[in-house]
Design a protein around this ligand. Structure first.
Ligand SMILES: NC(=O)c1ccc[n+]([C@@H]2O[C@H](COP(=O)([O-])OP(=O)(O)OC[C@H]3O[C@@H](n4cnc5c(N)ncnc54)[C@H](O)[C@@H]3O)[C@@H](O)[C@H]2O)c1
Ligand SMILES: O=C(O)C(=O)C[C@@H](O)[C@H](O)[C@H](O)COP(=O)(O)O
Ligand SMILES: [Zn+2]
Length: 380
């Protein structure tokens, strides 16, 4: 069954969840588009090429830009490479980009679309769970700089998002699990049923078997995707440019992004956000807002699906420096999203440094012995 969720805004668009969705591309690209750049990471060459050939068969002049894998593609250099490809192929304002990949690809492709000729159409075809439930929806685009994560970007909503569930068949279980972090985040900020479903099926999700997954597991995963997309669509439909409400989607990200930077992106975004959510829960608890039981629920559900809940205890100065560059910060004021309860996110501004350090102590574990450079592993 195909499900459509509309994202409201100046130019409303649909997030389509189902199978065999490529036939929808021409309608999303619109009548004026002649040239299309399909952007995909090297690891998805066959999928990217299939999309490109399909577009050629439909009469488009279609090009491909093969990108480095994962976070390595979110750089100014890679964006400049894409601008060069488009310049050499005479891309005009009536041409378009199609992204095929995970969240790193949709972030980069969205940014290139936002900046080329000050903005052209982009359709996202997310291929990871994380990109389907979060990154491809909502128009936040961006690249990293040496100083931090997503420091350069733009709000540029797509013309449509095609979540073809078949893509998840080839996703390895660590990437499926990393995507569950954003699903669980959505559960904590806005939809408790997500937490119940995830906890109930944690084992099957953690042991994701791709094409061999049972019908029951596919059904649960599909419901989790739909529920998460509905929450994200509602939030970004109300507050595209993060004037207020949208900040709730950043739950767990203040420390999460700092961990990603300190680890030089050697762990997945979802894994870092998982640790960041436990940190935020501890901040809420230490600030007298959140019950012990809800904090424990964070640890239980994240551990159950194989996500980490602790981080090495000897990186506080670096993490704090990175958190000062978080986009929610204002001047010297650090701002966090914490919870009063499940489904009740609130803002915490300028927490006392001793409370911050105490929350860090609650998530700290010994640094790996013998090799201080070893990155945190999922589930470690
Ligand atoms: N813009 C937003 O609103 C938003 C929201 C959440 C996350 N993000 C960003 O998304 C990124 C993380 O996304 P991600 O977890 O999808 O990571 P990713 O894009 O790096 O993909 C993870 C890995 O999966 C591989 N892959 C992708 N699709 C596959 C498939 N179908 N089968 C097999 N392998 C596949 C990729 O090649 C990569 O190695 C981060 O950069 C994060 O900042 C953005
Ligand atoms: O869509 C949003 O808004 C989010 O915050 C979703 C996050 O999951 C996502 O990782 C986002 O890219 C983080 O944004 P940033 O503004 O903190 O870079
Ligand atoms: Zn995120």
């Amino acid at each position: 069954m195909t499900v459509r969720v509309t994202v409201n805004g100046d130019k409303p668009y649909d997030v389509v969840v189902g199978r065999h969705l490529l036939g929808e591309l021409p309608a999303l690209l619109g009548p004026d588009v002649r040239r299309v750049l399909v952007m995909h990471p090297a690891s998805l060459e066959a999928t990217g090429e299939a999309v490109r050939e399909d577009l050629v068969a439909q009469g488009y002049e279609a090009f491909a830009a093969e990108l480095p894998d994962a976070e390595e593609q979110k750089t100014a250099q890679v964006a400049a490479f894409c601008w060069q490809v488009m310049g050499q192929a005479d891309f005009t304002r009536s041409d378009a980009i199609v992204s095929v990949g995970g969240g790193a690809t949709t972030d980069l492709a969205g940014f290139v679309a936002a900046t080329w000729l000050r903005g052209i159409r982009v359709v996202h075809v997310p291929t990871t769970l994380l990109a389907m439930v979060d990154a491809a929806v909502g128009g936040k685009t961006g690249i990293n700089t040496a100083e931090g994560k997503n420091l350069v970007g733009a709000f540029h909503p797509p013309a449509g998002v095609l979540c073809d569930l078949a893509a998840l068949e080839s996703l390895d279980r660590w990437d499926l699990v990393a995507g569950l972090a954003e699903v669980i985040k959505t559960g904590f900020i806005a939809d408790e049923r997500i937490l119940e479903l995830t906890a109930e099926h944690a084992h099957a999700l953690r042991e994701w078997a791709g094409a061999d997954a049972t019908e029951e597991t596919w059904a649960v995963l599909t419901e989790l995707i739909e529920r998460s997309v509905r929450v994200k669509a509602r939030v970004v439909g109300e507050d595209l440019t993060e004037q207020g409400l949208r900040e709730i989607l950043n739950y767990g990200h203040t420390l999460g992004h700092a961990i990603e930077l300190v680890e030089r992106y050697q762990l997945r975004h979802g894994a870092a956000v998982a640790v960041g959510m436990v940190f935020a829960a501890e901040l809420g608890r230490l600030g007298g807002k959140l019950d012990d039981a809800v904090v424990e629920r964070h640890r239980e559900i994240l551990t159950a699906v194989g996500l980490p809940t602790t981080y090495r205890g000897d990186r506080w100065d670096q993490l704090l420096a990175a958190m000062r560059r978080d986009k929610k910060a204002r001047g010297d004021l650090l701002r966090f999203v914490v919870l009063d309860d499940v489904g009740r996110p609130v803002r915490l501004e300028g927490p006392d440094p001793t409370v911050l350090a105490a929350a860090y102590a609650e998530i700290s574990k010994e640094p790996p012995s013998g090799n201080p450079g070893v990155p945190v592993q999922l589930g470690a």
